[in-house]
Write a protein that binds this ligand. Structure first.
Ligand SMILES: Cc1cc2nc3c(=O)[nH]c(=O)nc-3n(C[C@H](O)[C@H](O)[C@H](O)COP(=O)(O)OP(=O)(O)OC[C@H]3O[C@@H](n4cnc5c(N)ncnc54)[C@H](O)[C@@H]3O)c2cc1C
Length: 355
């Protein structure tokens, strides 16, 4: 409403399904946290699931339902935020990469772009999976790992449910035109690059503990990153420019699997086709907690990154908090848990619960 644009917001709730007692126990452990934050999350027995998603098949132990959750179209939402920013006086420079940040006396003095320098005392680094590379040009070690997420959009069918569903084999939500957006469960695709090796010390314990969760791909991205490190290469001369608009290829096996799983869970659907598929890099911090706030010892350099797969949901509040840091000098929420210095301090916690 605030954006004044149709972003296809559907507040149909969110249902996470449990196929075994272990997952159900995790949902149960989550309830007090949800209550603490005022969410009306509840556990559902198998016989109650059909009331939320009519015709749902499968052998479920139960589910966790949050009726107030919703979903929106990511492209329309991004566009709406950009338009709203322009309406409030922002100017957008599209297809214009940042090549570096200039500093003077330990503080930011400007940002150097492909099309010249913009003098400014404040720079917000919100470069997603590219943030670590930008930070490195300033001598800052920002630990980031990334996985390639694949999503597909099906052909439209009559509406079944407004609720977004998250099952172990597939996550799906039905859009307003009746098509489903689907993503496969299972192992996460990690494209190995030189940065994976650079960041190994932060992530090795986690990778090792959860190795079944990752599928490592050694191929073109590794070769491209090695080529970019060669002395004299164009990519090395302009390290922030060469792949800033990277569109990684979707994983076709995941698309096939998620479509088959959707048809299995909703057997009354007519046969669905795939209308579109795409992929993107999802960046993650070692503790899966974002990094928000000004970097100590570099006045004016503000980080808003590391959203660890939840940046679409967290973006609006993160934007507000970062604007408070810049304009008021003090955010309305305590951001100390999100501080950049936690990595250097070695205070990298583990999340209370990963669902
Ligand atoms: C398949 C998939 C499904 C997802 N599902 C969900 C979900 O259901 N819920 C949820 O909350 N989140 C979801 N996410 C995660 C969410 O999209 C991210 O957390 C979020 O986009 C991160 O926002 P960001 O602004 O940090 O980075 P990004 O959105 O990646 O934006 C960074 C931008 O910086 C630009 N950039 C990089 N380098 C430069 C440079 N040198 N100069 C100028 N610009 C540069 C990039 O081109 C990019 O446009 C999903 C992500 C993927 C890929």
């Amino acid at each position: 409403r605030e954006l004044g644009a149709d972003i296809e917001w559907i507040q149909g709730g969110n249902l996470a399904l449990a196929a075994d007692d272990r997952r159900m126990a995790r949902f149960e452990a989550w309830l007090p946290v949800a209550r603490e934050f005022g969410l009306a999350t509840r556990l559902l027995r198998p016989r109650d699931l059909g009331a939320v998603v009519p015709g749902l098949a499968g052998d479920w132990v139960g589910g966790m339902h949050t009726p107030g959750d919703g979903h929106a179209d990511p492209e329309k939402t991004t566009d709406a935020f950009a338009r709203a920013a322009v309406a409030y006086g922002a100017s957008l420079h599209l297809e214009c990469a940042v090549q570096g940040v200039s500093t003077r006396a330990g503080a930011v003095s400007g940002v150097v772009t492909e099309h010249g320098e913009i003098r400014t005392p404040t720079v917000v680094c919100a470069a997603g999976a590219w943030s670590a590379r930008l930070a490195r040009t300033l001598g800052l070690d920002l630990p980031q790992r990334w996985v390639r997420g694949t999503v597909a959009r099906t052909t439209p069918v009559p509406v079944v449910s407004a609720c977004a569903v998250w099952a172990p084999g597939v996550a799906f939500r039905q859009c307003r035109d009746g098509s489903f957006t689907i993503a496969a469960g299972g192992a996460l695709d990690h494209d190995v690059t030189l940065d994976s090796l650079r960041q190994l010390r932060f992530f090795l314990p986690n990778f090792w503990k959860n190795k079944a969760l990752f599928r490592f791909h050694v191929g073109r991205p590794l070769l491209a990153s090695l080529a970019a490190a060669l002395p004299g290469s164009a990519a090395r001369r302009r390290p922030l420019v060469w792949d800033r608009g990277l569109e990684p290829p979707p994983n076709p096996a995941k698309v096939r699997r998620s479509l088959a799983e959707l048809q299995r869970l909703l057997p009354s659907l007519p046969p669905l086709g795939i209308a579109r598929r795409w992929a993107g890099y999802i960046d993650a911090a070692p503790d899966l907690v974002p990094v928000l706030g000004e970097v100590p010892r570099l006045g004016g350099f503000v980080l808003a990154t590391g959203f660890s797969g939840h940046g679409f949901a967290m973006g609006p509040v993160a934007g507000r908090l970062v604007s408070e840091v810049i304009l008021d000098g003090k955010p309305s929420l305590d951001l100390s848990a999100f501080r950049f210095s936690r990595f250097a301090e070695g205070v990298i916690g583990t999340p209370r619960n990963v669902l």
